[in-house]
Design a protein around this ligand. Sequence first.
Ligand SMILES: NC(=O)C1=CN([C@@H]2O[C@H](COP(=O)(O)OP(=O)(O)OC[C@H]3O[C@@H](n4cnc5c(N)ncnc54)[C@H](O)[C@@H]3O)[C@@H](O)[C@H]2O)C=CC1
Ligand SMILES: CC(=O)C(=O)O
Ligand SMILES: [Mg+2]
Length: 372
Amino acid sequence: MRVGCPKEIKNNEYRVGLTPGSVREYIAHGHEVIVETNAGVAIDADDGVYQAAGAKIVPTAKDVFDQSDMIVKVKEPQPSEWAMLREGQILYTYLHLAPDPEQTKGLVESGCTAVAYETVTDDRGGLPLLAPMSEVAGRLSIQAGATALQKANGGRGVLLGGVPGVLPGKVTIIGGGVVGINAAKMAVGLGADVTILDRSIPRLRQLDDIFNGRIHTRYSTIEALENEVFSADVVVGAVLIPGAAAPKLVTREMLSGMKKGAVIVDVAIDQGGCFETSHATTHSEPTYEVDGIIHYCVANMPGAVPVTSAHALNNATLHYGLQLADKGLKAIAEDRHLRAGLNVHRGRITNAPVADALGYELAEPDAVLQVA
Ligand SMILES: NC(=O)C1=CN([C@@H]2O[C@H](COP(=O)(O)OP(=O)(O)OC[C@H]3O[C@@H](n4cnc5c(N)ncnc54)[C@H](O)[C@@H]3O)[C@@H](O)[C@H]2O)C=CC1
Ligand SMILES: CC(=O)C(=O)O
Ligand SMILES: [Mg+2]
C-alpha cells in the first residue's frame, strides 16, 4: 500500500503522524511511504532522516493525499485536508467527531474510510491509542494550570506547592482516568492538595490504592462537584464517555461560586469540554476569562511537546497502522478493536455515539464493510 503522512497544519501542532522509526516498519512490511517535506522538523527529523528511513519526500500535502491509499496523521483533518480525501482512501488519525458537525460532514462527503484513534479499544476496556496522549495532556494540565494561576497571567496568584508555613494550592480533577491520574501525579509532585472525582467506584478504589493517602477521592455527585470546584485553585476537566460529546458538568452559574482568578483546564475540550463556558483555544492564545475564572482549553495540548508526544503516539498507533496497510478494510473487519475505531465509511457514520450526537443514522461497521 502507499502510505502518506502530511505535515500537520493545526495551530502550533508540531507532532507528526509517522516518525522515521515508524517509516522503517512500514517499509519493512513492503509498503511505500510518502512524506510531506518538513513534516518532522519539530521532532529533529529532517527530510534526509526520512529518506534514510526509506520515505519518498514530496513538496505539498496535495501530493501526499493524491499519491496515497492511506493517510496517517495526528489531528483531525482541517477543511483544506478533508477536501483532498477521496472514496476508497483510509484516514487514520484523531477525529473527535461528536462535537464537530462540519468535519463530520466533510468526511462523510469525501467518501473516505476514517478510523479514529480515540475510539480504538483494547481487551482491558481501555483506549490504547488515546492513552499516551492523555498521559501527556494530563501531565501538561498541571503545568498549564500552575502558569495560568500566576497573578501576571490573570490568575489568583497562588503557588500550587505552597511553602513551609503556608498552605498549598488546591487542585480538583474531574474524571480519574488516564488524564486524571497523570494530572494527579504532577500535582502531588508539586505538593498541591489534590482531590479526584469520578463516577466509577472501582476506579476511585484503584486511585486510593495508587496514591496511598496522598490524594482525596470523591464520588462525583452534583453536591460533591460543587464543593470541590468552589474550593479549588485549579480545576482539571478530564471526563470521557468514549466517542460522545463530554457532559457539561460545570455550568456558567457555578463559576460565580468559584474563587476569583481560579483556573479551569478543560482537557476534555477535544470532545466539546465539560465546562459550559469552555470553547477550544490554541497554543498561541491558550486562555480567556469568563466571570473572573481563567479558562485554558487547548484541544491539542500534546502538540506543545512533540519530541515526547510524537514518539509516544507512534508507539501506540504503529501496530494497527501496519494492520491497515497490510490488509486494508479486511483488518477492520477482522479485529473488533479496530472496528471500534471505524467512525466513517463511504459516506456513512459507523460509530454510535457520533451518530447519536450529530443526528446521523447509524450504519453498523459489520454491515457496511462487506469484505470478501
Ligand atoms: N486537550 C487535549 O489535548 C487532549 C484531550 N484528551 C481528552 O481528555 C479526555 C479524558 O481522556 P482519558 O483520561 O484518556 O479518558 P478515560 O476514559 O481514561 O477517563 C475518563 C474518566 O472520566 C470518568 N467519568 C465519566 N463521566 C464522569 C462524570 N460524570 N463525573 C466524573 N467522572 C466521570 C470515567 O469514569 C473515567 O474514569 C478525553 O476527552 C480525551 O479525548 C486527551 C488527550 C489530549
Ligand atoms: C487526543 C488529542 O486530541 C490530541 O492528542 O491532540
Ligand atoms: Mg479538535
